[in-house]
Ligand binder design. Structure first.
Ligand code: 3PY
Ligand code: MG
Length: 261
């Protein structure tokens, strides 16, 4: 057995654009449905979702059968959480709220075996095909993709230093927390927030570092896709379901009641 090629990472490093969505409902069945819809990637969230280890394993298994890449977002910059997700077979990680180059370096070190990093070693994990993959220790690192999320003013101030840390493969701008950090909580489309994000993407383009983003606003998503942002999340599972369900009942209740007979 060989280590799985990380298709998301390969495309990212080639600056090929990939569209995805955030999955927060901890449902392997929903992930299976969504992963078959044509998204390039699905982010399995554990920061703002009830997903714990068993749910993450089931969701990774559901996605593995489909032409869609999984990204796992740990709840925080935590070596223990990251070790467990990597052992469960996650290959791409999006770390929330990275604010300094030291934090970015720690994020990378959690994904590397000693002496290059601090990842604990076990060869009997799902990632190593339960011991069937004898090459796992030597090949794992190349297939791991480290993405860091900048979502505070402090993170933005340190953008170049963070993006230049060896082993950081991509930088994601998180508009919701960034808006709060800039005094505009709940208004991620505030002109000041948008202009800070424009500036961040321009700086990442100058550095040649792939960039990522999430917005639930379709116009804003289209604008960022047109700008060439490499991995854009265009919805969350909850936004799709909530809008579909609410829109349906609103339309049905607004329609004039047809007379029968
Ligand atoms: C944020 O916007 O704060 C996120 O974490 C995801 O986009
Ligand atoms: Mg956030």
């Amino acid at each position: 057995m060989d280590t799985r090629i990380n298709q998301f990472k390969q495309a990212l490093l080639a600056h090929k654009q990939q569209l995805g969505l955030f999955s927060t409902l901890a449902s392997p069945n929903l992930v299976e449905l969504l992963a078959g819809c044509g998204f390039d990637w699905l982010l399995l969230d554990t920061e703002h979702s009830p997903s714990d280890m068993p749910e993450i394993v089931s969701q990774l298994q559901a996605i593995a059968a489909l032409p869609c890449s999984a990204i796992v977002r740990p709840a925080w910059l935590d070596m223990v959480l990251v070790k467990r997700y990597l052992d469960a077979g996650a290959q791409s990680l999006l770390y929330p709220c990275i604010q300094t180059a030291d934090e970015a370096a720690a994020a990378v070190s959690f994904t590397r075996y000693p002496p290059r990093g601090v990842r604990g070693v076990s060869g009997s994990t799902r990632a190593a095909s339960y011991g069937l993959n004898n090459n796992y220790f030597r090949t794992a690192e190349d297939q791991i993709c480290v993405l860091v999320q900048i979502e505070t003013q402090r993170g933005l101030n340190n953008l170049e230093a963070i993006a230049s840390v060896d082993g950081v493969d991509g930088v994601f701008i998180g508009p919701t927390d960034l808006a709060a950090s800039m005094g505009h909580i709940g208004d991620a489309l505030h002109p000041e927030v948008l202009s800070a994000i424009d500036d961040a993407f321009a700086r990442l383009r100058d550095l040649g570092v792939p960039a990522g983003y999430l917005t639930l606003n379709e116009q804003e998503a289209s604008r960022r896709i047109a700008q060439g942002v490499e991995f854009v999340g265009v919805a969350t599972d909850t936004s799709i379901i909530m809008r579909g369900a609410k829109g349906l009942i609103d339309r049905m209740t607004a329609a004039p009641v047809a007379a029968h007979g």
